[in-house]
Design a protein around this ligand. Sequence first.
Ligand SMILES: NC(=O)c1ccc[n+]([C@@H]2O[C@H](COP(=O)([O-])OP(=O)(O)OC[C@H]3O[C@@H](n4cnc5c(N)ncnc54)[C@H](OP(=O)(O)O)[C@@H]3O)[C@@H](O)[C@H]2O)c1
Length: 310
Amino acid sequence: MSAQWLARRFGDLDALELVDSDVPAPGAGEVTIEVRAAGMNPADWKYMRNGDAQDLPYRIGYEVAGVLTAVGPDTEIGSGGGALGDEVLAFRIRGGYSARVTVPAKDVFAKPAELGFPEAANLLLVGTTAAEMLDVTRVSPGETILVHGASGATGVSVLQQARLIGARVIGTASETNFDVVRRFGGEPVRYGDGLQERVQALAPDGVHAALDTVGTAEAIDVSVALVDDRSRIVSIAAFGRAEELGYRIIAGRMPASARFRDAARARLIEMAGRGELVVPLARTYPLAEAIDALELLRSEHPGGKLALIP
Ligand SMILES: NC(=O)c1ccc[n+]([C@@H]2O[C@H](COP(=O)([O-])OP(=O)(O)OC[C@H]3O[C@@H](n4cnc5c(N)ncnc54)[C@H](OP(=O)(O)O)[C@@H]3O)[C@@H](O)[C@H]2O)c1
């Protein structure tokens, strides 16, 4: 038996229940992980609002880090091998908000010793999203890009990966978070009225691409005003105007995104192991306090990643 958060109906956070449920023994191609930290993402609560009925009961949580406690017959994890007691991370899985979880072995990777469990549990959803944003907008060395929400979890991963590419990043944030943007190599700019002019003052020759992690009308309007080639604007949060304005949208549920992100996992774990990609953590919560943690995440200013500790 294992403690696990799930929802039998979609709705507000009060539809989530902490239950004690059986954890199936792993079959061929599966492993069981004792969860040391469950990663948290806005997608977790957003899916509660408008999920697909065929996904009920909704087992919330797309990523975890922990220790292998059982390995199915003739089974290797995604990074090869896999023995009882190995420290691992897993993404894209279901049911991460659990004390123990049985998941497909292909989605499980050896955890670099350099990463703590809460950081490892939060590496891959934002890391692979950031990598895909940079890929679809074809960001190249020496280019200047605008990142909306640069102080957020996805933004900070974009900043670090853009620095490795050799691009210059102008990143929007609240003034209280300017130091976060600077720490990861970006040039901070305050969002709100006058954003376009402030970015133009920093980049008089224009910006080559815009990467939106925020989804506000302002982020899209300023991106469209500043970037000539709309195929070099991507949003992960403003889906409604993409067709009309001709910018790119990506999401883990889109088959091309899923393929890209699955293929990017191993490379991002190596980068984290080398210290090139860090995961700033705001705080951890006991697993039983998931609703409080989700409330903070929903504020859209969590100040870093959150993790649940069983
Ligand atoms: N489509 C996908 O594949 C995908 C993948 C990952 C995430 N997402 C989505 O992307 C968004 C960001 O996720 P995250 O995990 O990076 O979130 P996060 O860590 O909570 O960061 C949110 C960021 O938004 C900024 N922000 C809040 N209100 C703002 C406003 N009015 N104008 C400009 N910036 C504002 C905050 O900046 P300050 O705190 O500095 O004010 C903060 O840095 C969420 O909507 C999430 O669902 C989508």
